[in-house]
Design a protein around this ligand. Sequence first.
Ligand code: KIV
Length: 291
Amino acid sequence: MAELPTLAAFVRARAEDAKLVMVTAYDVPTARAAAAGGVDALLVGDSLGQVLLGHDTTLSVTLDDMLHHARAVVRAVTGLPVVVDLPYGSFHVDPRDTVRQALRLVREAGVQAVKLEGGRKRADHIAALLDAEIPVMGHLGLTPQSVNVLGGYRVQGREDEQAEALLDEARFLGEAGCFAMVLECIPADLARRITEAVEIPTIGIGAGVECTGQVLVLHDLLGLSGEFKPRFVKRYADLGAAAGDAVADYAREVREGTFPAPEHTYGRGRRKAGSGTGKGYLSGLEEGGSG
Ligand code: KIV
């Protein structure tokens, strides 16, 4: 039987003082790449609104968007826990409605946990989710769904008063039963204080090295986000440029008439049955030769 994905890696990371590695995944290729790279957990982030769907903010992302992408990610990997963002609006009204929406993500997509932005204000929603046996990851600091009240995407907690308020919210999330929390774009010394003050793992993005773990948007670390490169992102590859070069080679060969070559071309006569491998969009077609 396939290994059941659990949140044990989060508990272990905190208990053993080991770093936890998380990235976003939105579909089969990104989930497979992340799994091949040996991450501990995947996040189907609502950042997919900007990264994949071309929205300006995450505010337009719907539950159907999250379901669609979460299903693909869960289908792509075995044994890796998948956390999915609750989209804007799904945890801002009636907690019973939040549970209904989160239940769809668990039942229909098969994720192990949900993430929601905010602290005390969401107390009733967090309690209702936990009551429905749905593990909850918190998210403090720069919470992108609050972009309109924050007045833009800015580092949070730089002033003493704001830092103390964030520390208090973090304590609340730990006591409320969240299994982990994301700390986004806060000063490194505040992230360290929070990590020391709470018993659950902190997962930083733009929050310094002293969090329990780190999360990045996979497209950012792969160089697939165009010009977008905030200070906290390190590009480990430049796949955007590599993709452009590959397409340029293809376009040139098509125009020259050198693609498709004989080895990419079918002939008449006997076919090899079902020798295609993998799960390509036409898997089962024979490989190699000219038929
Ligand atoms: O939506 C997302 O990708 C996130 C991460 C940036 C933490 O919430």
